[in-house]
Design a protein around this ligand. Structure first.
Ligand code: C2E
Ligand code: MG
Ligand code: MG
Ligand code: MG
Length: 285
């Protein structure tokens, strides 16, 4: 690929390749301004305790309201942010914004305090001071560290002697929880689950696809839940789209779930009204 030949190297492109490259360069320049110009925003997807149908927390998911392209999903800008090093400034903004939102919910809602989960790139966590910054944000906002969960994808946690592991220990020290995201899709050894200070595994949505239609699919998810339980980890099933999937997860004792069958991601102004309305999150059977 051209990138490997370094900048300023002349190469012959097909016109389509040229178009793709120009679009990428455009998007990269745009992304540099997006944080400052407040074009990023967060949506919040409920995480539900399956047994009780109670909403226990929300996961913050990034969106980019691009001036000409409309609302973009993370798949179209997070990888670019990682390649260009913009991921840390986006990550800092996400933490501040999500923590502030959780404090606003505290003011508007009686009852048990909600947790807030934030996705973070391991490359960001590896930067010196990353955890100190999170600590400062929590202190400034007055949010109990135990209410924050940092989600890191399994795939990013597989290096030996990784500074990201140090960051995870520092987070635990602080009282912040750590979740392994997209669990089951990476190449990590199960050993990591024991070694790293992890509190929660999020079972990737791809495993949920046939949990309600195939005995093998069911056995797979059940074994991940069993592993989590054996290691005293919380288990969250991602991407529950059908009541039949939900029923199987409840039956096998998966404690938490997330997915369109429970609730889609909400815009921030919708969160409090949605919770106050009594939350039509599927009946407990
Ligand atoms: P994730 O953390 O695994 O988030 C779950 C994704 O699945 C979200 O997609 C969510 O909208 C989607 N989803 C939830 N329930 C369902 C369902 O029932 N069915 C289906 N088909 N999809 C469902 P989204 O928002 O497009 O985010 C994609 C990924 O981008 C996230 O996966 C996360 O890894 C990453 N991401 C999102 N926000 C951030 C961020 O602020 N920072 C970083 N570093 N990564 C982020
Ligand atoms: Mg996540
Ligand atoms: Mg996930
Ligand atoms: Mg996932």
């Amino acid at each position: 690929r051209a990138k490997q030949h370094g900048r300023g190297c002349v190469e012959v492109f097909h016109p389509e390749m040229h178009a793709v490259l120009m679009e990428r360069l455009d998007l990269e320049a745009d992304l540099r301004r997006a944080v400052d110009q407040r074009e990023l925003f967060l949506v919040y997807q409920p995480i539900v305790e399956l047994e009780t149908a109670r909403v226990v927390s929300f996961e913050a998911l990034a969106r980019w309201n691009h001036p000409t392209r409309g609302v973009l999903f993370p798949a179209s800008f997070i990888p670019l942010a990682e390649e260009t090093g913009l991921i840390a400034s986006i990550g800092r903004w996400v933490v501040r914004e999500a923590v502030a939102a959780a404090r606003r919910w505290d003011e508007s809602l009686p009852g048990p305090r909600l947790g807030i989960s934030v996705n973070m790139a391991a490359s960001h966590l590896r930067l010196p001071g990353a955890v100190d910054e999170i600590a400062s944000v929590l202190a400034a906002a007055g949010l109990e560290p135990t209410r924050l969960t940092i989600e890191v994808t399994e795939n990013e946690l597989v290096r030996e002697h990784d500074e990201a592991a140090d960051a995870l220990y520092a987070l635990r020290e602080l009282g912040v929880s750590v979740a392994v995201d997209d669990f089951g899709t990476g190449f990590s050894s199960l050993r990591y689950l024991r070694q790293l200070p992890v509190d929660c595994v999020k079972i990737d949505r791809s495993f949920l696809v046939d949990v309600d239609t195939s005995p093998e699919g069911l056995a797979f998810v059940r074994s991940i839940v069993g592993l989590g339980t054996a290691l005293s980890l919380h288990t969250v099933a991602e991407g529950i789209e059908r009541p039949t999937q939900l029923a199987e997860l409840r039956r096998m004792g998966c404690r938490y779930g997330q997915g369109y069958a429970l609730a889609k991601p909400l815009n921030e102004p919708e969160v409090v009204p949605w919770l106050s309305a009594g939350t039509p999150v599927v009946a407990v059977s």
